[in-house]
Design a protein around this ligand. Structure first.
Ligand SMILES: Nc1nc2c(c(=O)[nH]1)N[C@@H](CN(C=O)c1ccc(C(=O)N[C@@H](CCC(=O)O)C(=O)O)cc1)CN2
Length: 282
């Protein structure tokens, strides 16, 4: 097993597999189309949306692009989603987050048809995951599971600690680890003695949103460390929630930032798009 978990390589393997799958679907007359919606011009979102469209193009997934201005109202966005829900030629809808402050994310997420919710954010899909049923799973945590499995890291029976309880990462991450038969603890800002709890982890998932917050004092020797954070430091260098250099000698495996979990988010989105097209044509 490599010590550095290469998300770039693993995501690129997944994209190759999906390319072949889409080729076979096309032969059967099944097309895959993702509608990509961005409201406003947050620079990071523009990069992510651009990378999603590039991935679609590479795999052979059609993409429809909607670049809406910052002042777009919630009603206008809801009306676009209604139109996309009804379109027979669209099987996936993605609304890039964060949305401008005047638009309620939960209202928008709920408006997307669960069958087209390739982000896995709709409460119906979240409910299916937490009750152990089939549905779309949020791409970042799904990507973490895929990284672990494809790196030969056993999850079953392991003590896993997830730091962060967001609806998009922390909570679905915990549900997925439970589904893989891990023993899971979720920590958050009110956790008493975070270092002590984190040090229990065989697999530690950091999704706190604080640059280089996790140092060697949080790590048990030999732990696997998965860093979900992405922060742009002054001078534009990227780092994660984990102080990579400080923990490196202690861990048995670790995801870098960039090149770890980030690229997996897009690969898993592509996987969900292909899945939704297959389900529609069953
Ligand atoms: N509708 C959604 N919005 C957002 C999601 C999401 O899954 N669905 N997740 C994040 C942003 N995100 C995808 O949209 C995302 C973040 C990071 C990466 C990535 O590949 N990161 C690279 C570094 C890229 C860079 O140079 O900035 C890496 O870690 O190697 C992909 C997707 C919030 N919004």
């Amino acid at each position: 097993m490599d010590k550095i978990i290469d998300g770039k390589k693993i995501s690129s393997d997944i994209k190759e597999e999906l390319k072949e799958e889409v080729r076979q679907l096309t032969e059967k007359g099944i097309s895959v189309t993702l509608a990509v919606v961005q409201v406003g011009n947050d620079s990071a979102s523009t990069v992510y949306v651009g990378n999603k469209k590039k991935a679609c193009e590479y795999i052979g997934i059609g993409s429809l692009s909607y670049e809406l201005k910052e002042e777009t109202t919630q009603e206008e966005l809801l009306s676009l989603i209604k139109e996309l829900n009804e379109r027979k030629d669209v099987n996936g809808i993605l609304v890039q987050l964060p949305l401008p402050k005047h638009i309620k994310e939960d209202v928008i997420i709920k408006a997307i048809s669960p069958e087209k919710d390739v982000d896995g954010f709709h409460p119906e899909n979240v409910g299916l995951l937490s009750t152990g049923q089939k549905g779309f799973v949020s791409c970042t945590p799904a990507g973490v599971i895929e990284l672990l499995k494809r790196s030969g890291i056993t999850i079953s029976g392991k003590e896993c600690v997830v730091i962060g309880r967001s609806n998009i990462v922390g909570k679905p991450m915990a549900a997925l680890l439970i589904r893989e038969d891990a023993t899971v603890t979720i920590c958050h800002s009110k956790t008493v003695d975070l270092k002590k709890v984190a040090k229990r982890a065989d697999i530690l998932v950091a999704a706190i949103g604080k640059p280089k917050f996790i140092n060697s004092e949080f790590i048990k020797e030999g732990a696997v460390v998965i860093d979900v954070g992405i922060h742009r430091l002054e001078g534009k260098k990227l780092c994660g929630d984990v102080d990579y250099d400080d923990v490196f000698d202690l861990v048995s495996a670790i995801t870098p930032v960039p090149g770890g979990v980030g690229p997996m988010t897009i690969a898993m989105l592509m996987k969900n798009c292909v899945e939704s097209a297959k389900l529609k044509n069953e």
